[in-house]
Design a protein around this ligand. Structure first.
Ligand code: ATP
Length: 183
């Protein structure tokens, strides 16, 4: 059993993320995928714009919009949103390892995120606990180990209204809650 852990700010979740999710499940690279919106990531220059509750809700709406055979293997896990204080990947991995005893845990990262791995909390221990699936991202440097023809979209593009590549229910949520209006 291979459990994929797909963490990110997801501020907001977009079609690029959903493409990653679909590829990982349909190509059977992981058996189960946990989408884990971050609480307060310490490496980000700017704190997330939307609240944890909003980012979690948008992730859930996006997962609900997936085809049934994909959706049945994906869940949004709020562990980092619900945790007080800084959230570290290793804490999340330890919690997931305890829940999915005996499973191999794969951390899914874009090349941009993987570049910073050595700065992560307890990075050496983390590297022993997980396998990394490093995904190519157009316009970002780095060495991927999985090629999926990733989409050229970022949450920054969405927040600044340069792209509208998001699932319709997420677009509706953003509008309804007036998120990113002044960005
Ligand atoms: P921002 O523009 O706010 O930095 P982002 O679009 O990079 O956000 P994150 O929530 O930081 O989104 O990304 C979560 C994870 O998904 C990271 O590992 C990131 O590398 C990866 N990722 C983001 N966008 C894509 C994409 N278009 N294709 C493949 N991977 C992506």
């Amino acid at each position: 059993m291979r459990v994929g852990l797909y963490g990110g700010t997801f501020d907001p979740i977009h079609d690029g993320h959903l493409h990653v999710i679909r590829e990982l499940i349909s190509r059977k690279i992981v058996d189960q995928l946990l989408v884990v919106p971050a609480g307060e990531p310490r490496l980000r220059e700017n704190a997330p714009v939307a609240t944890g509750a909003d980012r979690r809700q948008m992730c859930q709406l996006a997962v609900n919009s997936l085809e049934a055979d994909i959706k049945s293997k994906v869940e949004v896990n709020p562990i980092e949103i619900l945790r007080q204080g800084t959230s570290y990947a290793i804490d999340t991995v330890e919690a997931i390892a305890a829940t999915y005893e005996g499973a191999t845990i794969s951390l899914i990262l874009g090349t941009d995120a993987y570049e910073k791995i050595d700065q992560w909390h307890r990075a050496e221990e983390l590297k022993k606990m997980v396998e990394f699936i490093i995904i190519d991202r157009p316009d970002f440097p780095g060495q991927p180990n999985l090629s999926i023809d990733a989409l050229a979209v970022s949450a920054t593009d969405i927040r600044s209204h340069k792209s509208d590549q998001i699932p319709a229910p997420v677009a509706a949520y953003i509008k309804e809650h007036n998120l990113y209006a002044s960005k």
